[in-house]
Design a protein around this ligand. Structure first.
Ligand SMILES: NC(=O)c1ccc[n+]([C@@H]2O[C@H](COP(=O)([O-])OP(=O)(O)OC[C@H]3O[C@@H](n4cnc5c(N)ncnc54)[C@H](OP(=O)(O)O)[C@@H]3O)[C@@H](O)[C@H]2O)c1
Length: 240
């Protein structure tokens, strides 16, 4: 029976993955800002779910994570599903800065705390939902695509550092395409939309198989290397 901490378990893919781990009999430490959503999840298995209100942008988020881990009785898997994302075609400063603060600063804060915990303990597994959006800079969502690229590179850097230090910490970078969650709600219609329940099952499989990088689903796994190959002069002319 694994102890799993999930940051961003109040909705979307984090919530779906939490439910799959509960079906397996895992014990969960779940966190996000919306406490009512976390308490509703706890009702599904009151003896096996510990909740914590954590805002990853707040300086006390690291100590709250440590308390959550203690309350759970230790952590085997850290699953990071927190994030925000908005289109920002007019480059409104609040959107860019909030996105940077949540997806870059908050992400670095939380991953660092999980990494240090596993370094002290000698082993562990860190899995993150980043995105395919980090493949190239996206004009409609500059901060979102930039922070997702940051997440991809940061995980790769931690993986190398852990290896150099002889730490038995596994990393899984999960990169979904468009998924039908609250994050994408709005007027804009996205193509090739994936269902969160199905993506959650693929996420759990990627974690089980201890994949280093998992692009979801197979259609995006074919498309993203092709995007990467597009030459810069062509990419900057695309109207997305
Ligand atoms: N939907 C997609 O198409 C898609 C594709 C690729 C990658 N992703 C990534 O997948 C992750 C999960 O997103 P989702 O699609 O499942 O959307 P979602 O339903 O909006 O879930 C986002 C989660 O992040 C949490 N969160 C946001 N800001 C937070 C903060 N400051 N502190 C703590 N938790 C915070 C939210 O909880 P609270 O609001 O309760 O705090 C919520 O649980 C995100 O990183 C997103 O970038 C999404």
């Amino acid at each position: 029976m694994q102890n799993v901490v999930i940051i961003g378990a109040s909705s979307g893919m984090g919530l779906e993955v939490a439910r799959l781990f509960l079906v397996r009999g895992c014990r969960l430490g779940v966190a996000a800002r919306r406490e009512d959503r976390l308490l509703a999840l706890k009702q599904e298995a009151p003896d096996r779910v510990v909740t914590a209100v954590i805002d990853v942008t707040a300086p006390d988020a690291s100590s709250r994570l440590r308390s959550l881990i203690s309350g759970l009785g230790g952590m085997d898997l850290f699953f990071y599903a927190s994030g925000i994302g908005k289109q920002n075609r007019t480059l409104t400063p609040e959107i860019e800065l909030n996105t940077m603060n949540t997806n870059a600063v908050g992400f670095t804060r939380m991953l660092g705390e999980a990494y240090r915990y596993f370094a002290e303990r000698g082993q562990g597994h860190i899995a993150v939902i980043s995105s395919i959006a980090g493949t190239k800079g996206l004009g409609p969502a500059p901060a979102y695509s930039a922070t997702k690229a940051l997440q991809n590179v940061y995980i790769q850097a931690l993986e190398q550092q852990a290896n150099a230090r002889g730490l038995d910490i596994r990393f899984t970078d999960i990169r979904p395409g468009f998924v039908d969650t609250d994050l994408l709600s709005g007027d804009f219609r996205y193509p090739m939309m994936l269902k969160p329940g199905k993506v959650a099952r693929q996420i759990v499989a990627a974690i089980d198989h201890r994949r280093h990088v998992a692009v979801l689903d197979w259609k995006y796994a074919i498309l993203t290397p092709l995007w990467r190959l597009l030459p810069r002069p062509l990419w900057r002319r695309l109207r997305l």
